[in-house]
Design a protein around this ligand. Sequence first.
Ligand SMILES: [Zn+2]
Length: 91
Amino acid sequence: MVRLKKVPQRVCVGCGQTRSKKDLMRIVRTPDSQINIDTTGKLSGRGAYICRSMECLTTALKGKKLERALQMELPQDVIIDLKKTISGECD
Ligand SMILES: [Zn+2]
């Protein structure tokens, strides 16, 4: 039986919904404890996924969900970058 290629699914840390990977942003804690927004999907390290939505980001930040998923404090410049990336993609 031939089936369509499965799109990888990930859970958003903001709303908790499962979505296809390409609809989510990946945030990675690299092995040297840097937090990066992984636009290529190729960075190695512990990753967290979030919808490209300001609502989910706000929820995730409020509930410290990204911190919990990445097991470290989110630097302010990363938060600013996330907001910029999300608002830039909404237009
Ligand atoms: Zn979400």
